[in-house]
Design a protein around this ligand. Structure first.
Ligand SMILES: *Cc1c(COP(=O)(O)O)cnc(C)c1O
Length: 468
């Protein structure tokens, strides 16, 4: 746990107050609208998404379940496409991908990023135009590169000298060219509300600009007949709330872009500024909308290009979380409620649900904050500070660290957690042989299962001893 989160905690007259940003509500029933997908509201305490009441949905598909608001996801995709008109907008499929969502992304006019053969397979199975697919990854195998080139993937973002050599062999052996971007590290580490600008980044992705690796990578790509250099690629981090980190990165990357023009004699047609646009998980978060981001990022790039005296490359961005994150919520059933006495006379209410770190690892992995609400009734009980935990054999198996819930929260209640669309189902595991939950799309009162719940047979399918 980070000290900044713990610092605001205090015991007040035996009651736990929680982190400083979390305000005790007078009434824990109403939704904080900014945290939920656009069609979400409550009717008599029942959460309704896409015109479907969650208690009704759960009666059919059980819990835990991810509920995807189709209209909301499409609107967010469209908002990026429209705000960033003149750019290419690549949806980062690693946030969440299935064939249906890949089709929606295509219908909304976006391109798609993948970073594994599995993600590429889903995209191609969905009929996604390979020319509009970008392929990422710091260690793509020869088999993966073969497939990507053979399928005609639109751009491969190279990340190491080994990969450039590998791609040379692949394109030569297939007799097919590949379009390439060079992933660079701009020395900007963006984290939520701050960024750190350094000369070097101590991480696995990209070629360092300052060490000269990025320029060398460009030279090597240019020297390979089968590779067409599209441009530079920079991705500075995730859950970023302002454009100051992008500004520093763009300045450094465009300086290299200009240097390539002068020293290598190649005018690269494109430039990718990556993704990482933040969303609201709790009331702490105040994300910019795509229109505002577009205005600021475009201004930064125009300004730098003018200062460098170069033409503006075609730009692309790669939002993942900002498109799918707010469009989904997870619904659980409360299994047990336990009041745990703490030192100093305070007590914490532990609310255990029927999922946990197997369907949302972000709290354990990133110390992420989430919010939640009871989705199946209203309550008159005064709010109490609760911690929502999962069913796994791990003390760190926390879903929501701190939230005020009605004090009479009890077994059988449905609990919904907003903003679980990104990096939850896509990072889900079978820990404790959990069955990964379904993803159910809702729209205009109709629920459609996009990914069904796993079954015990799915689990046993790979356990060869089970078939002896
Ligand atoms: C993860 C990733 C993204 C998407 O990040 P979000 O925070 O989901 O917007 C975009 N580009 C690259 C290269 C990434 O690795």
């Amino acid at each position: 746990m980070s000290p900044t989160h713990e610092a605001g905690w205090a015991h007040v007259e035996g009651a736990l107050r929680g982190p400083g940003w979390l305000r005790p509500p007078a009434d824990a029933n109403p939704l904080v609208a900014s945290l939920w997908s656009s069609t979400t509201h409550k009717v008599d305490g029942n959460l309704v998404v896409g015109g479907v009441s969650l208690p009704d949905l759960v009666a059919n598909v059980n819990t835990p379940a991810y509920v995807l608001d189709e209209a909301d996801l499409r609107a967010r995709a469209r908002a990026f496409r429209d705000a960033f008109a003149g750019y290419d907008v690549y949806y980062a499929g690693k946030a969440f991908l299935c064939t249906t969502v890949a089709r929606w992304i295509a219908e909304e006019g976006l391109s798609l990023d993948v970073c594994s053969d599995g993600e590429l397979t889903v995209a191609l199975r969905a009929g996604f135009d390979p020319a509009r697919i970008g392929y990422h990854g710091n260690t793509k195998t020869e088999v993966e590169l073969m497939r990507a080139v053979a399928e005609g993937v639109g751009r491969i973002v190279v990340d190491s000298f080994d990969e450039i050599a590998r791609l040379e062999r692949v394109t030569a052996s297939l007799g097919r060219p590949a379009r390439v971007m060079v992933r660079v590290t701009a020395g900007v580490e963006a984290h939520t509300h701050e960024y750190i600008a350094t000369a070097h980044e101590d991480q696995k992705f990209g070629f360092s600009i300052t060490a000269g690796d990025a320029l060398e990578a460009v030279r090597r790509v240019v020297a390979v007949p089968g590779l067409e250099l599209l441009g530079l690629h920079s991705h500075i981090g995730s859950q970023i709330f302002d454009t100051s980190g992008f500004e520093v990165a763009a300045r450094r990357v465009l300086a290299l872009h200009a240097q390539v023009g002068e020293e290598v004699g190649v005018t690269m047609p494109e430039l990718d500024l990556g993704g990482g646009f933040g969303i609201a998980y709790t009331t702490q978060d105040d994300p910019s909308d795509p229109a505002q981001l577009a205005i600021e990022i475009t201004k930064i790039v125009e300004h730098e290009c003018r200062a460098l005296g170069i033409g503006q490359p075609r730009l692309s961005i790669e939002p993942g979380r900002a498109i799918v994150g707010p469009a989904m919520c997870t619904v659980y059933t409360v299994g047990t409620v336990k009041r745990v006495e703490l030192d100093g006379g305070a007590a914490r209410t532990y609310v255990s649900v029927d999922g946990g770190m197997s369907d949302n690892i972000r709290t354990a992995l990133y110390d992420a904050d989430y919010s939640c609400t009871i989705a199946s009734r209203n309550s008159e009980a005064p709010p109490t500070l609760a911690r929502v935990v999962g069913k796994h054999c791990e003390a760190g198996d926390i879903v929501v660290k701190d939230e005020f819930l009605p004090g009479d929260v009890r077994p059988g209640d449905l609990l919904a957690v907003p903003a679980t669309g990104a990096y939850c189902r896509s990072m889900a595991s079978n820990y404790n042989h959990a069955l990964r939950p379904p993803v159910v799309a809702v729209r205009d009162g109709v629920a459609t299962t996009l990914i069904r719940r796993e079954t015990v047979d799915d689990l046993l399918a790979t356990d060869l001893g089970a078939h002896e």
